[in-house]
Design a binder for this molecule. Structure first.
Ligand SMILES: NC(=O)c1ccc[n+]([C@@H]2O[C@H](COP(=O)([O-])OP(=O)(O)OC[C@H]3O[C@@H](n4cnc5c(N)ncnc54)[C@H](O)[C@@H]3O)[C@@H](O)[C@H]2O)c1
Length: 239
């Protein structure tokens, strides 16, 4: 059984991805800077504490998993929302932290994992971007810039692995019922008097909707998907 590394695995979407991949037969390595031991025990996986913005920790994690189990999939899912502020009031330190957490983690994960996957000639990476990676949102400069960068990194990596048997795709959730979206909505409401823009007819998604999309992207059924922006938003972006 080859392993799937899921970063940010202790978070809401990450945990759903871990549970789903375990059900699909993957040995799941749940990676988070927080504690994920209980989840790992529940799904017969392994928990690893790591800071995905730390190059040495990321390289050691990937090397260890590849050596012990064989690496079949990496889900770069770590992410933070940052501040909700207009650009002129957006704190520089928050911008840097959001870019480092959301973008640098994906860069380091890809850089560490691709050599192992290419050597095997199979496997998949899924980067959790967001519909904020293909559209603008007022007052979310750090988040929107970072998710556009994740989509960009996905495209570069997809071109570099094309024809090797390895695939790199991005999943782009719209608003999902989670703490993160509640926090963004509350702060947006406080700032502007309105919540996040969306078509009133499009309901929020559930964490399992994202997990199902990731499960497809890492499965052999997705053998011809590479460099895709896999939007999971109930149609909100096209509204
Ligand atoms: N919630 C949504 O509506 C939504 C929509 C679109 C995209 N996303 C994206 O989905 C992903 C997961 O979001 P979520 O709602 O589950 O958030 P969450 O806050 O519940 O989970 C994020 C997890 O990442 C971990 N983490 C943060 N920085 C880390 C680091 N440097 N190293 C290791 N772990 C770290 C946190 O400890 C946390 O467990 C994020 O990339 C987010 O941007 C979420």
């Amino acid at each position: 059984m080859t392993a799937a590394i899921v970063t940010g695995g202790a978070g809401e979407i990450g945990a759903a991805i871990c549970r789903r991949l375990a059900r699909d037969g993957w040995k799941v390595v749940v990676v988070d800077r927080g504690c994920a031991t209980r989840l790992a025990a529940e799904i017969g996986g392994e928990a690893r504490r790591a800071d995905m913005t730390d190059r040495e920790e990321v390289e050691a994690l990937v090397r260890e998993v590849a050596d012990r189990h064989g690496l079949g999939a990496l889900v770069n899912n770590v992410g933070v929302e940052g501040a909700v502020r207009p650009l002129e009031a957006y704190p520089e330190d928050v911008f840097e932290r959001v870019m480092r957490t959301n973008v640098h983690s994906v860069f380091l994960g890809l850089r560490a994992a691709l050599p192992y996957l290419k050597e095997r000639g199979s496997g998949a990476v899924v980067n959790t971007a967001s519909t904020s990676g293909i559209r603008g949102r007022a007052n979310l400069a750090g988040y929107v810039a970072s998710k556009h960068a994740v989509v960009g990194l996905t495209k570069v990596a997809a071109l570099e692995v094309a024809g090797t048997g390895v695939r790199v795709n991005a999943v782009l959730p719209g608003p999902i019922e989670t703490r993160m979206i509640r926090a963004i909505n509350e702060e947006t409401q406080a700032l502007t008097g309105t919540g996040v823009n969306r078509a009133a007819t499009v309901p929020y998604g559930r964490v399992d909707d994202v997990a199902a999309a990731v499960a497809h992207l890492v499965s052999p059924d997705a053998r011809h998907l590479n460099g895709a922006e896999y939007v999971v938003d109930g149609g909100g972006t096209v509204a």
